[in-house]
Design a protein around this ligand. Structure first.
Ligand SMILES: *Cc1c(COP(=O)(O)O)cnc(C)c1O
Length: 380
């Protein structure tokens, strides 16, 4: 392996975040408490949402979103095949069946025009994924969901900062789920959250993230001992104070960090537009793209070769994603085969994600652009 000239990702945890996490570590109380409550309050305000509940992952948030609305065995949930497997795995964890939907070629997002055909008597929910940081057509998805009585849970792991058609992330969904995993726009290594409008649902989610117990550890620590009960069977998905402390400052900087990613994405677009054999993903009108990932598509069947050559040039790359329905477990479990979701498969075989993060320098973007042009010319 050659030495990396340009890393695929660098996080933005700074000295102030480390100081805040250090203060938690020096305190007596490490798990879900004051910092988590403060982060939840900031996140709620950032999103313009009624409630936010901190979790250990976006996968857990998606799972509990389904559980909170009573979705389980016998139910079907519509999900895009072009996503990270967490989206459909959460449906499996709830005991429901993921029903895959193909993508739009231009954006990679789930094709909302295909939803109606997939809805059966068993369909209870739809999970739109705001792929690469670009929001799905939430107005259309909400209309279809209302007409057919579906719950909408947004997978916003890529899209903390997005907007489209005057709609914010999480605004039209019944819930929206966020990830603070190591490579996401703000991170605590692992972490997640769910936003909801309904206060009773927020209470249910707070209980479900902690075994279904009716009091949190914070209550037991800060107040006089009282017996607790467990009215529901829950899970163990509660965010802790160390994670929250790392996230509070990053969330304050999130808009500025996003603006920097947007500027870098524009540099990429200017440098790669019109290069032979290359397709760029499109941004829909009236969209504020949160630019979580910058992906290019190489036409034909040369992707893996180009991917390898870029790495030889010292460029960090990734593939987001190979379609979920063709992963071994899903093939074996449901009998999917190539050709079932042709657009998702095409994107899955063509896509390459390039480095994109606020610490990336303009000069490094030019290095990557040069490498892409060179490799494509040599292997095109
Ligand atoms: C990262 C990611 C997830 C899972 O997030 P975790 O916090 O790691 O569970 C879910 N969906 C998408 C689209 C993701 O990229």
């Amino acid at each position: 392996m050659t030495r990396k000239k340009v890393d695929f990702f660098k996080h933005n945890i700074g000295p102030e975040d480390i100081r805040r996490a250090g203060a938690v570590l020096k305190s007596i109380f490490l798990t879900t408490g004051a910092e988590v409550a403060a982060f939840e309050n900031s996140l709620r305000r950032f999103l313009g949402a009624e409630h936010a509940v901190g979790m250990t992952s976006c996968t857990g948030a998606l799972h509990l979103g389904l559980e909170a609305w009573g979705i389980g065995p016998g139910d079907e949930v519509l999900v895009p095949s072009m996503s990270f497997c967490a989206t459909s795995n959460a449906v499996m964890h709830a005991g429901a069946v993921p029903v895959f939907v193909d993508s739009e070629d231009a954006t990679g997002n789930m094709d909302a025009g295909l939803l109606e055909k997939k809805i059966t008597r068993r369909t209870k929910a739809v999970i739109p994924v705001h792929l690469y940081g670009q929001m799905c057509d939430m107005r259309l998805i909400r209309r279809i969901a209302d007409r057919r009585g579906l719950i909408v849970i947004e997978d916003a792991a890529h899209c903390l900062e997005g907007r489209r058609d005057g709609v914010r992330v999480g605004e039209l969904g019944d819930a929206a789920c966020f990830s603070f995993y190591a490579t996401k726009s703000i991170t605590s290594g692992e972490g997640g959250a769910i936003s909801v409008h309904d206060g009773r649902m927020a209470d249910t989610l707070r209980s479900l993230r902690h075994h279904g117990i009716d009091k949190g550890a914070g209550d037991r620590y800060t107040k006089l001992y009282r017996h607790w009960d467990m009215p529901l069977l829950g899970w163990k998905y509660n965010m802790d104070n160390i994670q929250a402390a790392l996230l509070i400052g990053q969330l304050e900087r999130a808009r500025a960090l996003c603006a920097r990613r947007r500027a870098l994405a524009e540099l990429y677009e200017r440098g790669l537009e019109g290069v032979g054999g290359l397709t760029l993903m499109r941004t829909a009108p009236r969209t504020t793209h949160s630019r979580h990932l910058f992906t290019i598509r190489v036409r034909g069947s040369r992707r893996d070769k180009i991917l390898l050559e870029l790495q030889r040039e010292g460029i960090g790359v990734a593939v987001n994603y190979r379609p979920i329905h063709l992963l071994k477990y899903y093939r074996q479990r449901f009998g999917f085969k190539p050709g079932d979701f042709p657009v998702a498969e095409k994107i899955g075989s063509e896509t390459i994600s390039l480095p994109l993060y606020p610490k990336l320098k303009d000069a490094q973007v030019r290095t990557v652009i040069g490498a892409v042009r060179r490799v494509l010319a040599a292997h095109g």
